[in-house]
Ligand binder design. Structure first.
Ligand SMILES: [Fe+2]
Ligand SMILES: [Fe+2]
Length: 167
């Protein structure tokens, strides 16, 4: 897709474009998470990120399945939004030396990623239903629930850290 071309003509084209975008995003998240896990200090945060890395690999597999079910060849388009979130996360974590502050930075970056995924999957599910693909919607919904639960776990970890610091 270029600046002077119009490649998206229908809701189906838009759906496929966003599928390619989220596949790019999930792959980039999966390749970035091991470094986040290494940098984290608290075991709770490390475990939460490790569990979600496993789930992220499943998200990629589910998306590959959705491409197949929708009859589209597997491919990606660059997602500048996730690149921006992950690049910023990397820059911030390089600036922090205190371990507890670094954990707070990592948890907040991870939540920004989850929120991006939640908004994308929410839209994809609505569009899959609109396009008459309840099977694709159901699969995408499984992923959405895991993104929401990862977000909740990260919130709990951050709240516990604050309570611990206040004590
Ligand atoms: Fe995901
Ligand atoms: Fe996620």
């Amino acid at each position: 897709m270029g600046l002077f071309t119009r490649d998206i003509h229908s809701m189906n084209d838009l759906f496929v474009h966003q599928l390619k975008d989220i596949l790019y995003a999930e792959r980039r998240i999966a390749s970035t998470m091991p470094a986040m896990i290494d940098k984290a200090s608290s075991m709770e945060l490390k475990d939460c990120l490790r569990d979600h890395l496993e789930q992220t690999r499943t998200h990629i597999a589910r998306l590959e399945q959705v491409f197949q079910m929708h009859g589209v060849a597997l491919s990606t388009v660059k997602c500048p939004a996730i690149d921006g979130i992950l690049d910023e996360a990397d820059e911030i974590s390089d600036e922090v030396d205190d371990k507890s502050v670094l954990d707070a930075a990592i948890a907040s970056s991870a939540q920004a990623v989850e929120h991006y995924e939640i908004t994308r999957y929410g839209t994809l599910i609505a569009w899959a239903k609109e396009l008459g693909h309840p099977d694709c919607a159901a699969l995408l919904h499984e992923t959405l629930e895991e993104e929401k639960s990862a977000d909740k776990k990260l919130s709990t970890i951050s709240e516990e850290r604050l309570t611990h610091m206040a004590a």
